[in-house]
Design a protein around this ligand. Structure first.
Ligand code: FAD
Length: 463
């Protein structure tokens, strides 16, 4: 445990910015030491937590922290799986819960201007009132903030058709390590005016600057959606069906894969009629105009049957669509009931290598006696093994560490990468050199130094 003490001069400086709205008692700081990555032995508390109301306060905080050589960590909902919110040295956490507004939705320009803690589900609810749509959909979109989603370039089941956060953020207001507040782009749909600074910040895991406002690109909301579950007696047949659907010219919004363990675990804790004797299931969502969906559905059913689907179930209305989605989104919560800890990884491979990856994960878990439920976005090769563990059990922990090493080296050997959507943070940084060209890493480190020469913005993450 970090030997915490309060820096009185820093506290006095923060009081000038925030008045009494500062957390500093040990018991209040604990929740801000964690995100959803595994609990480390060397947990550190931040020194203070503050709640900015505007970018000026963020700028003043950064300048104050720079003077005291204290780090600054931005935090949204804290659901990061890779340790991005964790504290690695003396730090002040900026919790954005008071900057959660949807400032403007412009129907004509198809844009939304939002503060960093605007929750993705709420952005979509407001956009839908104007028949608009913000596609990025992390499964925890009911809590996930747009600032966190931008910092991680979050995706989700709809990424196959629509892309991830990086494809829908066109301009950012960012506070830099020298306190300067900049706009990275313009509020226009297309823009090649200078370097694409907006893209540089998206996915940078809060290590280059602090995002205080975002302009999002919206698209017209599809008129209807149709959700189908197709069950298979083998993983190979399920993967074959994914290829057959895509090769026949269809782009479903979602092509999600659930393995037998995932089906059984969800059904055990949240009974909803999943077919647990099947080896794999595909959750397929089609969206578009109501009439064309009927034609697409007929053809997709034909493809599923010719791909040996053992059973196909079809939601009959929007309520049933939502029921299937609630089921799918409950997967992580269900796995948490198997063992005291769950660790979710999100390796990504070329789609042609999904079967080899899933088989490899099953084999390594069997060999090392680790419980795993595998699901993922089969359309884009992004597979989530959810490992259910007891991290207090030393032997199990060591076995898991071996499995983790093997998982990343398997993904890389199959032409894949460490993360499709969760990021690197503190959890995966030791594997970065295996996954990326060393020259690329060198330039990434130079970019970090350029933006943050004192290494105070979310330091010791990624590299
Ligand atoms: C049950 C569950 C399901 C999930 N499903 C998905 C999924 O389907 N797809 C997916 O991509 N991810 C998923 N995630 C991972 C994660 O929750 C998402 O990436 C989410 O978008 C992160 O948002 P957050 O508000 O929790 O960010 P946080 O965890 O608070 O922050 C994440 C990172 O962003 C940085 N950050 C936060 N705010 C700012 C800011 N204003 N400026 C600069 N940096 C900032 C933080 O420092 C941290 O490094 C899931 C997580 C859980 C627990």
């Amino acid at each position: 445990m970090y030997n915490y003490f309060m820096d009185k001069i820093l506290f006095a400086g923060l009081k000038k910015i925030y008045g009494n709205d500062i957390l500093y008692k040990k018991e209040d700081l604990y929740p801000y030491a964690y995100d959803t990555s595994p609990n480390p032995d060397d947990i550190m508390l931040p020194e203070f937590v503050v709640y900015p109301l505007n970018s000026k306060q963020v700028s003043q905080t950064i300048l104050l922290c720079a003077k005291h050589k204290v780090s600054v960590i931005a935090r949204g909902a804290g659901t990061c799986h890779c340790g991005g919110c964790r504290v690695k040295n003396r730090a002040v956490v900026l919790h954005f819960s008071k900057m959660d507004k949807i400032l403007e939705i412009n129907k004509e320009d198809l844009t939304a201007r939002v503060q960093p803690n605007a929750v993705i589900k709420k952005i979509n609810e407001e956009a839908e009132k104007l028949n608009l749509f913000f596609p990025p959909d992390p499964s925890n979109l009911a809590v996930s903030t747009i600032g966190g989603a931008a910092a991680l370039s979050s995706g989700g089941p709809r990424t196959f058709k629509y892309g991830s956060a990086k494809d829908y953020i066109i301009n950012l207001e960012v506070v830099l390590s020298d306190g300067r507040i900049i706009k990275t782009g313009s509020n226009v749909a297309k823009n090649v005016t200078g370097y694409n600074l907006t893209s540089l910040f998206i996915g940078s895991e809060g290590t280059l600057g602090i995002i205080t406002e975002l302009t999002l690109r919206l698209i017209p909301k599809p008129e209807a959606r149709m959700v189908t579950m197709a069950y298979f007696d083998s993983l190979i047949e399920a993967a074959g069906a994914v290829n057959n659907i895509i090769n026949s010219g269809f782009t479903p919004a979602t092509l999600d894969l659930l393995d037998k363990n995932t089906l059984n675990t969800i059904e055990k804790f949240n009974p909803c009629g999943l077919l647990c004797d099947k080896e794999a299931a595909l959750l397929i969502e089609l969206d578009g105009f109501r009439e064309s969906l009927q034609i697409e559905k007929k053809k997709i059913f034909e493809i599923l049957k010719s791909s040996n689907a053992a059973q196909i179930t079809q939601a009959q209305n929007e309520e049933e669509n939502e029921k299937i989605w609630r089921t799918r989104r409950s997967a992580f919560a269900a796995v948490t009931k198997l063992r005291p800890n769950v660790i979710t990884e999100d390796v990504v491979v070329p789609r042609s290598k999904i079967v080899a990856l899933v088989r490899g994960i099953e084999d390594m878990c069997k060999k090392h006696n680790i419980v795993v439920c595998i699901m993922g976005h089969a359309g884009d090769g992004n597979i989530h093994p959810n490992f259910a563990l007891d991290l207090n059990n030393k032997e199990e922990r060591e076995s898991f560490n071996t499995v983790k090493d093997k998982l990343f080296s398997l993904a890389i050997s199959l032409g894949g990468c460490l993360s499709g959507e969760h990021g690197i943070g503190s959890e995966k940084k030791k594997y970065l050199k295996d996954a990326l060209d060393n020259g690329a890493i060198e330039y990434m480190e130079k970019i970090k130094k350029l933006f943050d020469p004192q290494n105070i913005i979310n330091p010791y993450k990624m590299f």
